[in-house]
Ligand binder design. Structure first.
Ligand SMILES: Nc1ncnc2c1ncn2[C@@H]1O[C@H](COP(=O)(O)OP(=O)(O)OP(=O)(O)O)[C@@H](O)[C@H]1O
Length: 253
């Protein structure tokens, strides 16, 4: 068995009466690409924040590579693209990349970061003058800077055009092929279908299905040629009396 990149054990996070993350167990082996799916408000961003040590759970424990999440992030083992991450206004793309590199002990070199993120022609552009899709690419560059073993990506392709999305996923595939680990959330389920080894479906802070895309279709009871959207809707809009049971390839077979 591979090393464990991410381990969440019985994690709960409440906001008032809302259980955003509800007694969640999640283990991700190093070298896998995992898509975290769920309807709006399912708890994806909250789970990611806790996973990265940016928010504390009310209960439960989190480790990345067997160490506290914040330590792993500081050591450059994990890089992240977050939805609301801002940059210093007035800084250029190159400034931001160099700033990110300075945070880590073994950064990638600036030119390769810019090339991987598709920012070669934008290095001198001020970050506050980037378009939405270009800003996502700058966030990707920031995430890559420390040469992390784990990339955590919250809706990474939001705002990217078709060419930028294709280039982004090509870069992610190449990164994953090098025995790296990727966890990403998305509402573009074809991205999960195309790229992920494993799909984890959250509803109301709990995992309701977990397995490779083909297994997710089987668990949802849709045909093998059905879209992942169809499987997702079947899994997330069904009755939840008593709370959703987790469905995995193991429990169904
Ligand atoms: N800071 C907060 N204060 C109050 N409620 C919050 C806060 N952050 C999240 N929530 C609530 O927790 C639940 C989970 O939110 P979260 O952002 O994790 O969901 P999500 O799956 O990422 O959703 P989306 O797909 O819309 O981005 C939602 O009901 C949300 O309203």
């Amino acid at each position: 068995m591979n090393a464990v990149a991410v381990h969440l054990s019985r994690v709960t996070r409440c906001f008032g009466a809302v259980r955003a993350v509800d007694d969640l167990d999640l283990t991700i082996e190093a070298g896998t690409v995992v898509a975290l799916l769920g309807p709006n408000g399912a708890g994806k961003t909250t789970t990611i924040s806790i996973m990265l040590g940016l928010a504390a759970p009310d209960a439960g424990t989190v480790t990345l590579f067997d160490r506290p999440a914040a330590d792993a992030v500081r050591a450059g083992r994990a890089g992240a693209m977050l939805q609301d991450a801002g940059f210093v206004p007035g800084a250029t793309v190159r400034d931001v990349v160099d700033l990110a590199r300075a945070l880590y002990p073994h950064p990638l070199d600036t030119e390769s970061i810019l090339a991987t993120a598709g920012l070669e022609g934008l290095a001198s552009r001020r970050v506050d003058r980037l378009s939405a899709g270009e800003t996502q690419r700058a966030r990707f560059a920031f995430a890559l800077a420390g040469d992390p073993d784990l990339l955590v990506l919250d809706e990474p392709t939001t705002g990217m055009d078709v060419a930028a999305r294709q280039r982004f996923w090509t870069a992610i595939r190449a990164y994953a092929a090098d025995d790296h680990t990727v966890l990403f959330s998305t509402h573009q389920l074809h991205e999960a279908d195309d790229v992920a080894d494993r799909v984890v479906v959250l509803t109301a802070g709990r995992i309701v299905a977990d397995g490779p895309p083909a297994e997710i279709r089987a668990l949802a009871g849709v045909g093998t040629s059905a879209s992942l959207d169809a499987a997702f809707l079947a899994l997330t809009t069904g009755p939840v009396a008593g709370g959703p049971a987790t469905r995995t390839a193991e429990t169904e077979h």
